[in-house]
Design a binder for this molecule. Sequence first.
Ligand SMILES: [Zn+2]
Length: 68
Amino acid sequence: MSEPDAADEPRFEWVLHCPCGESLRGDSEDAIVETSFAHLREKHPEMADHYEREHILFMAIKFRKPSP
Ligand SMILES: [Zn+2]
């Protein structure tokens, strides 16, 4: 049994390309959801009510951050 090495854990980044042309980024699922909702409420208030966390995560692209 080997313990998972937390130090080698890959870091991920979430990017969501809004139809208006804006690129939203977050370091975690929570971050991209929060950032996206903030953007929706500010720029597309009529859409904000129709979106849920699942929709944001479905549209967001998950990238693996290159290790330093
Ligand atoms: Zn937008």
